[in-house]
Design a protein around this ligand. Structure first.
Ligand code: SAM
Length: 268
């Protein structure tokens, strides 16, 4: 068998399949999730069930969203695990997570995410922030670094601003390539995300906040006067209290929100 075959399944690169194969790391992830029988748990990309199984042992039931038909079928028909799962075969990026809310119980979402689609998937998940208690995701370590980066750091960008707008974000553990089968080419890390309350999120339009980030970081070497010139004049930026000689990487989350809200109030 090649190292691409794990538990009788040939890993599919196009689905970002790198299966966890390290009991200590799996234990640490499950401890961070802390599953309880009353929890409304959701796993994205359960794969061969490395995290699913220990979580289901503790919670009794969980919902999983898996794109790979063979793996979804394998989980559904698993003699012990299958009865504990509600399996949705499909793309998590198109999945309506709010449809899983049946009572007051918010969702606890987790997954070893497919790295090839992790950023758009995270942006999709942020839209359900009000339905979620917490999220734990294995990601490329570099993505985790970007999510938690603050102003002044090279890693600070649109992903940092949007992550920190929606969530409190904390790295949990670093995970080396040899903990997976097949081993990815990059280092990995687990992040814990706790959505902020709606009253802690003051952007009048998250779409506009995202647009401001896109423009500002698209030309991150330029000063704000130039990088944001499609959206505001230098005078307008100054009137909001923004130093137009700075670059995007120097702005705080609140300043990005102030710019987006000013555009919303004055130009929409
Ligand atoms: N959870 C397993 C583990 O830790 O061993 C598998 C993790 S593997 C990195 C990513 C999983 O996500 C695979 O099972 C893959 O088929 C699935 N996947 C890929 N793209 C997906 C998508 N858009 N929606 C749902 N699942 C997806």
């Amino acid at each position: 068998m090649t190292d691409k075959v794990h538990l009788g399944h040939r890993a599919r690169k196009r689905f970002g399949q790198n299966f966890l194969n390290d009991d200590m790391i799996i234990d640490k992830i499950v401890t961070a999730i802390d599953p309880k029988p009353e929890d409304n748990l959701v796993e994205i990309g359960p794969g061969l069930g490395a995290i699913t199984e220990p979580v289901a042992d503790l919670s009794g039931h969980l919902t999983v969203v898996e794109l790979d038909k063979d793996l979804a079928e394998r989980l559904t028909s698993h003699p012990f695990l299958g009865p504990k799962l509600t399996v949705h075969q499909g793309d998590a990026m198109k999945f309506d997570f709010s449809s899983l809310i049946k009572s007051d119980e918010k969702l606890k979402i987790f997954g070893n995410l497919p790295y090839n689609v992790s950023t758009p998937l995270l942006f999709h998940l942020f839209e359900f922030a009000d339905n979620v208690e917490h999220m734990h995701f294995m990601l490329q370590k570099e993505v985790v670094k970007r999510m938690v980066a603050g102003p002044g750091s090279k890693a600070f960008g649109r992903l940092s601003v949007m992550t920190q707008y929606y969530c409190h974000a904390m790295p949990v553990i670093d995970v080396p390539p040899e903990c997976f089968k097949p081993a990815p080419k990059v280092d990995s890390a687990v992040i814990r995300l706790i959505p902020k309350k709606p009253e802690q999120r003051s952007a009048k339009s998250t779409k506009l906040l995202n647009t401001v980030c896109l423009e500002a970081f698209n030309q991150r070497r330029k000063t704000l006067r130039n990088s944001l010139s499609n959206l505001l004049t230098a005078e307008e930026l100054t009137s909001i209290g923004i130093d137009i000689t700075l670059r995007a990487e120097s702005l705080s989350l609140q300043q990005f929100i102030d710019i987006a809200n000013w555009i919303y109030d004055n130009k929409q």
